[in-house]
Design a protein around this ligand. Structure first.
Ligand code: SAH
Length: 273
């Protein structure tokens, strides 16, 4: 954790009144995708606790004068535990500060936002939540992939790949036939793709992995359920990445390359593997 003072002193009401907490969904990484309400909350903040995946490059401008606290988990840094984050939020609010908890994407999509809201309630601290643009939808869109497309699919499911899916979950997902979006799914990619095929999904179903959406190094790797583990290894895919499984991947593009070209490349790679 590192603390970086803006103009120095911690603001807020010093008369003993409790400050308030705003959980802000920062969107998938670009300042442009922060909401107007989120930007306004940052402007008023005395303290900002931010995550690695939240847009934090311009925080000194967006939150002038706020104490900026990095609670992000970066490799090599000792992560701040969820309980410590909750304690920090509550402590600053009880001292009278206006606290913004800036999170990546939407606070309520695998963001532990609800745990932070509950911690505020338990401490008697007023809390509001400003939704954000979730990476589950925006990152595929950045690669040209719509999650629904008339005549192709009318449903999508967003799942966490943080832990392996159970057989029951895999069976239901394979049976649904819609688009499947997996967050935090790089580690469990082999078990998810093989599991879906085991429960009847077509091994030729297209799959896309979009790494570092909205950054200068955004990359899309396309393959099929059968090939994507090889494609991902060949492309040295790493987190953060969003995985999309479904026919809609046929609409993807990467720079000038369209999905058909990406798929042909992926098949050629799989043949070599
Ligand atoms: N609350 C967040 C998700 C938190 S889980 C949201 O709504 O977006 C963290 C996961 O989100 C990452 O492991 C990755 O799967 C995905 N993710 C978030 N930002 C991303 C980005 N810019 N590019 C690719 N994946 C991203």
């Amino acid at each position: 954790m590192s603390e970086q003072a803006g103009t120095g002193v911690l603001g807020g009401d010093r008369s003993g009144a409790v400050g308030e907490v705003t959980l802000v969904g920062g969107g998938p990484g670009s300042d442009e995708l922060l909401t107007v309400a989120g930007a306004r909350a940052l402007e008023r903040a005395d303290v900002v606790l931010f995550d690695r995946l939240a847009p934090h490059g311009s925080l000194t401008t967006l939150a002038p004068g706020a104490l900026l606290i990095d609670v992000g988990k970066t490799p090599g840094h000792h992560p701040v535990s969820q309980k410590e984050i909750e304690a920090l939020i509550v402590r600053h609010a009880l001292s009278g500060a206006n606290v913004v908890r800036l999170k990546g994407g939407d606070p309520y999509v695998f963001g532990r936002g609800s745990e932070e809201v509950l911690a505020c309630h338990a401490a008697g601290v007023p809390v509001t939540v400003i939704p954000g643009v979730t990476s589950a939808i925006a990152v595929p869109a950045a690669a040209g992939i719509p999650l629904t497309h008339r005549g192709m699919t009318r449903l999508f499911t967003v799942v966490s790949g943080h832990a392996p899916l159970s057989d029951t979950e895999l069976e239901h997902l394979a049976g649904l036939g819609g688009t499947i979006v997996v967050l935090m799914g790089i580690g469990t990619l082999p078990s998810i793709t093989q599991g879906l095929v085991r429960f009847g999904a077509d091994a030729r179903l297209p799959v896309a992995i979009i790494e570092r959406g909205f950054s200068a190094t955004q990359t899309t790797t396309v393959g099929t359920l059968a090939s994507i583990v090889f494609d991902a290894a060949a492309a040295k895919v790493s987190s953060p990445a969003v995985l999309v499984i479904g026919e809609v991947v046929r609409l993807a593009f990467d720079g000038d390359a369209e999905a058909s070209v990406l798929l042909a490349r992926a098949e050629a790679l799989a043949d070599l593997a």
